[in-house]
Design a protein around this ligand. Sequence first.
Ligand code: SF4
Length: 708
Amino acid sequence: SPALAAPAVKTTCPYCGVGCGVLATPDGQGGVAIAGDPEHPANFGRLCSKGSALGETVDLQDRLLKPMVDGQVASWEGALGAVAGGLKRIAERHGPDSIAFYLSGQLLTEDYYVANKLAKGFLGTPHVDTNSRLCMSSAVAAHRRAFGSDTVPGCYEDLDEADLIVLVGSNAAWCHPILFRRMIDARAKRGAKIVTIDPRRTQTGEEADLHLGLMPGTDTALFSGLLVHLAEAGRLDARFVAEHTAGFDGALERARQIAPSAEATAQATGLATGDVQAFFDLFAATQKVVTGFSQGVNQSAQGTDKGNAIINCHLATGRIGKPGMGPLSLTGQPNAMGGREVGGLANMLAAHMHFAPEEVDRVRRFWKAPNIITGEGMKAVALFEAIERGKIKALWVMGTNPLVSMPRADRIRDAVRQLDLYVVSEAIATSDSACATGKKTVLLPALAWGEKDGTVTNSERRISRQRAFLKAPGEARADWAIMGDVARRLGHGDAFAYRSAAEIFREHAALSAFENDGARDFDIGGLADLSDRAYDGYLPAQWPLPKRGTEAKGRARLFADGRFFTFDRRARFVAVQPPALAQGVSPERPLVLNTGRVRDHWHTMTRTGKSQRLSAHRAVPFVEVHPDDAARFGLKDGGFARVASEVGTAILEVTVTDGVRPGAIFVPMHWSDMTSSDGRGAALARGVTDPVSGQPELKATPAGIAPV
Ligand code: SF4
């Protein structure tokens, strides 16, 4: 008789920070049919090219299915013993702070929580950072400086209700496609205008009403000029500024020094004065404005200032936390926000707490942690430099591929070889990071999307469930379960005796509410008592979700009451620095290299590379060059060029386009040595870091180019 159709499982897309709901219907033979979830409030049934091709990525080819120790298949017993024994020995010999973890915005919140608890509470090392450092740590820092907390004030609905949508450093049409469709719908329905601000004229810029193709790195000049214009045009919300903010005068004075007029702004940014004036007038005249900002802002040695220059303009006009208005950080990864919530960044502890003595003590008591850390650890770039110097002896990488995605990736590969213990929790056996080796190398097979259970938080603070609909293949296990077994071997079994992701989530929720009288933004105490069944059936909701009050469905917006999370409940203006690229061009390296995404690939292609359909969009790694530069350097469209920076080289197919500015080139980030020899984009960046956030510059690296 015909097999009964399996019911569709509601889950969440594992790619970008939009966090679309997915209906996955397994075919019973390892495959799955994919559709958008019409009930999920992020996408209402839509999926982009990557999301709809998810079914083409779940096969077991190239999967890591058994533990490996030093290149040999091992038992779980042997592999876990090697990890626990190695960590113990290294901690005794060199101190616990010679151990580091490098995590990922691909991890589920429950895995992320356990990793942080193990490292920061029990092993006693502060050196836990994540690939989210490369993604939106500057937005985190800007939020904290302005609001006193890492709080996204608004939500996706604001895009439906805005009359002006400004996108800064964001190719949303390719990188947040479903959200961009929502913006296009808003334009069709209510005539909203879309302005893009980006040195590249991407697909998003092509569809905008006004595109400002400014010079790389000059965003702070543009938004300083805007702040001056708002003040001089009498468009400030003087009452909001007086009653709910501090620091306005200093920020305005600095803005006047940077860009005192539209003409000066045009000069500083390389834009036409008429375009600058048109943008200023539009922003000033429109009450309902959302400014979405993404990697073009964050991946910069001045990323935090860029974020604050944007937020300054929203605070000055009181356009925050109300329907249709506010700054909106578009996160790159599916669980970048969840990682922030559990303290996945080296400068955070847990549940949005930091390192004030009372916060350290609170987390220590909650975890009953014997070795709680008391200060920040090293951020990603510094952490890998510490491996090079021999300060870090053991590294545990989970769910990410730093040998491709980190700046100066060639040096990172060399650094890893020096590690006494190199542990990689991975789903894909052929990732560059899984194929590298330290003196002792342990590969741990992890569950992938469709096999694991837990939660993720999207760009609008919405917590959704990822649900398993496939059997665990081979000997793969959940990351939290693997870490629990290591913790038990280290004598911390009681604190890690979890039997399910639901148990971990309840603990995480309880910590967020522990001694939280409303002074901390992240409170999901209302979920701390979810039964296993309620966790299974949990519907997406936006935090805060506190126990008290009636906000069972969460809160769409914060700060409408003008109360922020600083000690005096006032938001802060920030006096930003004038724009300056961290590294200038030279005769040897006369071009400014920008890196980024293409429409149909995700990160280092370990999943999207399996889909022929997705791979067909851009089949080989390429460099975009302006026609003037193509003529200057003797490059032909479709030919090949060697791009060389201070730290690396790549051989890339040439695409000649006036979408990039003269003097600028663009290289995608996705290709690795495994998928294309010499095609790595991020490896070309030196990774000069933002002094506040520690996020590396990936958008402006001096480079030379020549035909091959
Ligand atoms: Fe997935 Fe993002 Fe596409 Fe939605 S927009 S389907 S979350 S990649």
